[in-house]
Design a protein around this ligand. Sequence first.
Ligand code: X2X
Length: 334
Amino acid sequence: RSFLKTASVASAAAATGLYGTSAHAAEFTFKYANNLPVSHPMNTRAKEMAAKIAADSKGRIELQLYPNNQLGTDTDMLSQVRAGAIDFFTLSPLILGTLVPAAQISGIGFAFKDYDQVWAAMDGELGVHVRKQIEAKSTLFAFEKIWDNGYRQITNSTRPIKTADDLKGMKLRVPPSPLWTSMFRAVESAPTSINFAEVYSALQTKIVEGQENPLAIISTAKLYEVQKYCSITNHMWDGFWFLGNKKSFEKLPKDLQDVMTRAINEAGMNQRGDVRKLNDSLVGEMKGKGLAFNDIDADSFRAKLRSAGFYAEWKKKFGDEPWALLEKYTGKLA
Ligand code: X2X
């Protein structure tokens, strides 16, 4: 490829402000896919990020966005990014657990007491441990700054959940992940693995009674339209690793890898702020839409998980050292 040609294409694009459109052919075109609605901060920040990547690479990189399960369910997209048909993908550490079991450790129930603990762990040694496992055990790698999903809350169409016993026998959708199924079995509900792409219709047709997700998702995916109760359980924090296919990323020269790394991590930090603000403001808004909110007795949930052997089982699965890393940030769990 001729340097001159690249330079002239880039400057023409700069002059006309066409970065991020397909009006000219970029030298590197990548696909980034995710499972969330376009109005969720993940996608508003991704859009801004793609524009920054185009500008900072002088038009050499085009990042194409495929939000809202356009390319399939999380399970489909995970296969595609492993194979390189998608280049970048954001995925919950717990769903990634179907491929890299060690990644699920951040999803242990009632582990992180607040966001300070979350970011200290995920930007610190626990995150380093997980990212190493992802790189060692797959064709993927994760960028340093995990994006936020939030603390998860339980919604359903049947009854308010106030104590762990209220979950007995309740048919709940959980995302596809061994840890999720294990946790909701431990509290004696009846969990079914369903990809997010099918959650709204599963609730609408009453295949399941309820589901659990952070408020930003309950709101942007309009799950309040098909649910009556929302119990503020904060039963687990969840995030999204920003994953890349190693071979795709290695096509870039080092300077352009740095452009992408900077833009992705920066967008992730901004997205964290957006999600937190949203999750703090949405109770009032969704009350207005008819969703009934209640608080819970968190101790009854922790006690039930403990007596069901949930913490002991997963400590054994993850191993003593990773568990000690988790507890370094959360305090003693099991
Ligand atoms: O599938 C879900 O519930 C979601 C959107 O929260 C995740 O990506 C884990």
